[in-house]
Ligand binder design. Structure first.
Ligand SMILES: C[S@@+](CC[C@H](N)C(=O)[O-])C[C@H]1O[C@@H](n2cnc3c(N)ncnc32)[C@H](O)[C@@H]1O
Length: 201
């Protein structure tokens, strides 16, 4: 397993404190708007992949029937405390998980997908998302920064080797090759500079 992924297990307890300035409530307001704009299926089943401690799910759980999935048990345990019994939480890997069901909405937020590390894994993730999405459903993917934006912020070209950068053209190509219709928005959640992919099937 990649180093950065291990760290999420070790750092779980500090995760919420470290991200205290992140406004999950306003991000979810944006997410709901996108869902309303794109979803054509009738149901309200939602899967949050890489749900962490449940920051987004706490504001989604009253409107959707939610499932949260994360690699790290430590993150899931913290999410359980925050979310109670209304949300089903499950340990799993973004590449290999198989829930044997399809959802109306899949969310994958705060750069989780960038931890795929290489494009072979990235494609596997997109294929897996396709398998788990109902026809008429919608996927909201919040990537990490593009190289250009990251460089503006930090002066560096690349993040840790476990992470791929958001290369919009390459990502769109793979998503479309795997069967999705995709729109990319340069303005991300709650005016974040991370951008946003909205995929439909
Ligand atoms: C930056 S945090 C984002 C958590 C949450 N989405 C949020 O917005 O607070 C990244 C999360 O992705 C999870 N993660 C990393 N690699 C994963 C994988 N291969 N499969 C599932 N979850 C993974 C980590 O455990 C961590 O909870």
């Amino acid at each position: 397993m990649a180093k950065r992924l291990k760290e999420y297990g070790k750092e779980a307890k500090e995760y919420d404190a470290k991200n205290a300035d992140k406004c999950y409530k306003l991000e979810v307001a944006d997410i709901k708007e996108r869902i309303e704009g794109f979803k054509k299926s009738d149901g309200v089943e939602l899967l949050d992949v890489g749900c962490g401690t449940g920051g987004h799910l706490q504001y989604l759980k009253d409107d959707f029937k939610c499932v949260g999935l994360d690699y790290h048990k430590e993150m899931i345990d913290l999410a359980k405390k925050k979310l109670g019994n209304k949300v089903k939480l499950q340990q799993g890997d973004i590449i290999t998980f198989n829930l044997n069901k399809q959802f109306d909405v899949i969310t994958c937020l705060f750069s989780v997908i960038n931890y795929s590390g290489d494009y072979s894994n990235f494609r596997k993730i997109i294929k897996n998302f396709y398998k788990h999405l109902k026809k008429g459903g919608v996927i909201i993917i919040e990537p990490d920064y593009t190289v250009k934006v990251y460089k503006n912020f930090t002066g560096k070209d690349k993040r840790s080797p476990e992470m791929i950068m958001n290369e919009i053209g390459k990502w769109l190509k793979i998503m479309r090759e795997e069967g999705f219709k995709v729109k990319y928005f340069y303005r991300g959640l709650h005016q974040s500079a991370k951008g946003l992919y909205v995929l439909t099937k």
